[in-house]
Design a protein around this ligand. Sequence first.
Ligand code: IPD
Ligand code: CA
Ligand code: CA
Ligand code: CA
Length: 265
Amino acid sequence: MEYLSLAQSLARSAGELILSKMGEGILTEEKSSSFDVVTEVDKESELLIRKGIADHYPDHRFLGEEETYLNGSSLEEIVADAQSKPYVWIVDPIDGTSNFVQGIPGFTVSIALACEGEMLVGVVYDPCADEMFWAVKDQGAFLNGKRIHVSDKEGLNTSVIATGFPSSMEARLAVYGGLGKLIHECRTIRSLGSAARHLAYVGASRLDGFWENGLKAWDVAAGAIIVKEAGGQVSDTAGNPYSLEVTDIAASNARIHAPLLDCFK
Ligand code: IPD
Ligand code: CA
Ligand code: CA
Ligand code: CA
């Protein structure tokens, strides 16, 4: 199966699984702290996607949030081993577990494929809204089959910017620093509970920008290619180019990128 169709079909199946479990008494475990939770549905969703990829591409590597947590595979190992297995699928089985646990719509399934660190395909699926965002390198970004583009806002004063609250306290305080400055500059700020959805919304011009500190490759990889293919810009909060190792992310319609970055200095 072609990469994009496989990613879309697995994201849809995982989304159906997650929706079917919403509202049930979900068992929640703490990972690194009470700010960082996982449910059995995160693990089931990841397993479904992992099996689906392995059936079609047994030679490809897999980097999933929950598998990393359980089995200790690391992004560093994957980067070091990129020569022998250049293709890696980067998967967040539920991005927005806190939304899911609370019964708030807007969590997503995020699936990206990279080859030697370069993103080829990204899919972000929001099962509650039945919205499938995707992008393929050099072929543009789409929402449910329609081409999407970033907004044409020219300044922060008319821009709506999103952020999130990561699980590490150090990263939360860094977000807070950015918030303290941006609150004076932009039209308003949103926090919708899924980094992947924030990035997809920048691609679809629903948001003009997004930043968050302390993110992981699975939160960002699929959304980053969607933003880029929709004409936007993704970097770290200091303005260096995006790569899988970047954790402090800034994304925008490109036109407001410089003033957005100024707020993180
Ligand atoms: C979280 C979400 C949230 C962001 C956190 C992430 P998870 O991912 O993307 O919006 O603020 O930093 O960890 O744990 O729900 O997959
Ligand atoms: Ca998590
Ligand atoms: Ca996530
Ligand atoms: Ca997750």
